[in-house]
Design a protein around this ligand. Sequence first.
Ligand code: KG4
Ligand code: ZN
Length: 336
Amino acid sequence: MLLLGIETSCDDTAAAVLRHGRDVLSSVATNQDEFHAKYGGIVPEIASRRHVALLSAAVEDALDRSGTAFADLDGIAVTCGAGLIGSLVVGVAAAKAYAFALNRPLYGVNHLHGHVFAPFLDRPEPPPFPFLTLLVSGGHSQLVAVESATRMRILGRTHDDAAGEAYDKTARLLGLPYPGGPALDALAQRGDPRAHTFPRHHASGDSLDLSFSGLKTSVRYFLESDAGRDARREDVAASFQAAVVDVLMSRLRTAYERGSYNAVTLSGGVAANSALQAAFRSWTETDSIPAFIPPPKYCTDNAAMIAAAAYYQRDAIRVDALTLHADPNLPFTLSS
Ligand code: KG4
Ligand code: ZN
């Protein structure tokens, strides 16, 4: 089964061709960072206009690189939510047109479900259900119990800044260019994570919720203080990163101990973080837990993960090519 995936929920214009739900024949993503960098964040209107300019070339490029043609496709998968409405509608409109013109099934995919399926890509053996996912991206940080391809439960999440957002905002405080996550990660590798102690969020009672806004604010106050002005930026970056990783890992371990899982996975842009990956690997190797981390190109937004979600969820998410709508607030749980 050959699926074309299309992803335009935020600022990456992405297309991919996927065979049998896991073999990535091609995955192209046109990064828009240069258009947003001078504003220090994503400007929705610019993002949607860039998608219009780039999407058909991205789709043709994905087909070329995979050595396939439109006629070979068995279906079209597109992100229909959650995300920026102006960005989502570009991908959804294109996918509807392809599906209608080619007379192929159309699958409307939840962007976050795409991230959950990223660890399935280019793997001989996918994670066995039920598994526990730590999904950490620019817009979301959540722990998800993945019971089956279509049954997923959020166990805990952030109600304020997502982990990636905290990275981007803290990177800006440190004078790093946008997007700040990878730059802060690189800077932190040259610093001492024990140089400064920043606060770790503790969830109340049994809650597995997360929060990073207090941490970000505490770094800001520190940088504005006398001690902060003299501190090495590498050490501040490393100490911030240590606090983020501590909070994420402690929630993940608690969630794992409370449930019964066959594996744990990491996904989302922040899953590419070196310190988080090191802590995750050390825990899962010591405790002999089957663990899956996608390669960096599938941690951040891409269309191959969207096609993977469509493959595994295909009976539940097939939609009419004429009536699919983009939904910026698409609920996480699939309606049955
Ligand atoms: O999943 P993603 O590509 O987009 C969303 O769905 O949000 O995640 C992007 C986020 C950005 O906030 C970016 O700074 C962060 O992931 N990120 C990282 C790293 N690489 C990307 N954060 C920390 N360390 C990294 N190496
Ligand atoms: Zn994403």
